[in-house]
Design a protein around this ligand. Structure first.
Ligand SMILES: Cc1cc2nc3c(=O)[nH]c(=O)nc-3n(C[C@H](O)[C@H](O)[C@H](O)COP(=O)(O)OP(=O)(O)OC[C@H]3O[C@@H](n4cnc5c(N)ncnc54)[C@H](O)[C@@H]3O)c2cc1C
Length: 432
């Protein structure tokens, strides 16, 4: 039991994608997962992006515990008690591969995915925390697992430990992230009868909707909220940089309560029953702060590598799986030459650079930092825009010209038009 071709730390999407790719080529693979079962410690917002999964397991949705495929998206700007929204409904996304976007609950999905790797030959040790790496002449050659006979060795190790990447930091590959580089998110799963969800969100059968909320979602602080529709529940959550939460003396759960108490959100959740409450972090390190991804005998994949697209796409799962598969492919190549040194593994970096992972991180990775320089996007502007709209649509005895003049004056009193247009230009450039 104490020597494998490859050891993988973490049975999330990145680790399992790597394991599945390797065992299918006949390698012996051990996966160490601290949770009681894969997924038991995992949560995310809710949309699994699946281009890579569909290559690993074609038509996976016929077998996997997916909830709904996303056909509708809605982006909302909230002020304290109003909403302005844009909604998209794509009938074409009702056909395979369903635009590669499905809501899932991680406790079910991760377990199913890990089972596929196990069925193919991976050995998964659950309830086992990995505490450190073992080194041999500077090369990572094994791990120290918190269990009897816990020193386990391998030719190469893949670290897929997720956002709270203590091992990656311990190995000196990553600085401890600063509070503005980590989002803390709280999420509830709220049950509602299936037909209520379909009526309320205008969905047919297995169609699903992703709703994102900005501005007053979190009291005008930098951050956002979300609601994703599952079969008979809603995934409801909110996230803010740790720095913002600290500055405002709040706890992550306070944010969720604030979000749920907004008049617009309350209507969408009414009658629902909270089934689960959990919190987790999302890395938003920025493209220029990504960790070192390979050293002798070790590759870093998924959230541990900072691979999350923080733009409107909020794509982490697909990046995690791509990096897991890419790491596995390079390991297979390195086996040919028997060279698991940093040099022997450098093809991994090239594969990431040639793919959507690094291209999207380069394009969007620094969005949070840019946005944090414009806090007015989250409070001052949403309030002013929604007040303007309210004035515009107010019915009174005034002529419409007079009404519009008053609404426009109210807007100009609140924001400088020049600065507003410049900020909009910068925000559009950063996000879209
Ligand atoms: C609130 C929230 C909303 C999100 N929304 C979305 C979304 O809608 N769509 C999307 O694509 N992405 C989303 N993401 C991001 C997405 O969840 C991640 O990008 C993805 O899960 C990363 O996969 P991973 O395998 O790298 O890490 P994880 O999924 O975090 O898996 C890491 C695994 O390693 C285990 N582990 C950690 N340390 C150890 C250790 N020392 N020993 C043993 N086991 C260990 C953990 O228990 C865990 O199972 C969201 C994230 C959060 C927190």
């Amino acid at each position: 039991m104490d020597k494998f071709d490859c050891i993988i730390i973490g049975a999330g999407p990145a680790g399992v994608a790597a394991a599945l790719t390797l065992v299918r080529k006949g390698l012996t693979v051990a996966v160490f997962e601290r949770g009681e079962y894969p997924g038991s410690k995992n949560l995310f917002g809710g949309v699994l992006y699946s281009t890579i999964l569909n290559k690993l397991i074609p038509n996976f949705w016929e077998d996997a515990p997916v909830e709904r495929h996303i056909t509708k998206r809605r982006y909302s700007l909230l002020s304290q008690n109003s909403e302005m929204a844009v909604e998209f409904d794509f009938d074409d996304f009702n056909h395979p591969p369903f635009n590669n976007s499905f809501t899932v609950l991680r406790s079910k999905f991760d377990r199913w995915f890990a089972q596929k790797a196990e069925d193919a030959g991976a050995v998964i040790f659950t309830e086992t925390v990995v505490d450190d790496f073992i080194y041999d002449n500077g090369k990572v050659s094994g791990i120290k697992a918190r269990r009897e006979g816990g020193d386990v060795y391998a030719d190469v190790i893949v670290c897929a430990e997720g956002a709270n990447s203590l091992l990656t930091e311990k190995a000196g590959l990553k600085e401890k992230p600063l509070p503005h580089q980590m989002i803390t998110a709280s999420k509830e799963v709220i049950s509602l009868p299936r037909e209520v969800i379909e009526d309320r969100f205008s969905l047919n059968n297995d169609e699903g909707m992703a709703l994102e909320f900005f501005g007053g979602a979190v009291k005008g602080m930098i951050g956002s909220g979300f609601i994703y529709t599952n079969k008979d529940s809603l995934s409801v959550g909110v996230g803010c940089p740790i720095s913002v939460i600290k500055e405002n003396n709040m706890k992550p759960n306070d944010l969720l309560e604030l979000f749920k108490s907004h008049s617009v959100i309350k209507k969408l959740l009414r009658g629902g029953k909270t089934e689960e409450l959990s919190a987790k972090m999302i890395p938003e390190l920025g493209y220029k702060n990504l960790p070192k991804l390979t050293v002798d005998g070790l590759l870093i994949v998924g959230d541990a590598g900072g691979f999350v697209n923080p733009s409107l796409y909020r794509e982490g799962t697909n990046m995690a799986m791509y990096s897991g598969v890419a790491a596995a492919e390079i390991i297979l190549e390195a086996r040919q030459s028997g060279d698991f040194s940093e040099k022997g593994l450098e093809g991994y970096i090239k594969s990431l650079k040639d793919s959507f992972v690094m291209k999207d991180l380069e394009r969007y990775g620094d969005v949070p930092e840019k946005i944090s320089e414009m806090p007015q996007l989250f409070k001052e502007y949403p309030d002013a825009v929604l007040k303007f709209a309210e004035g515009y649509f107010t019915i009174s005895d005034l002529s419409k010209d007079e009404l519009h003049r008053q609404a426009w004056k109210g807007f100009k009193d609140k924001v400088s038009i020049g600065k507003f247009l410049w900020d909009m230009y910068k925000a559009r450039k950063a996000i879209l």
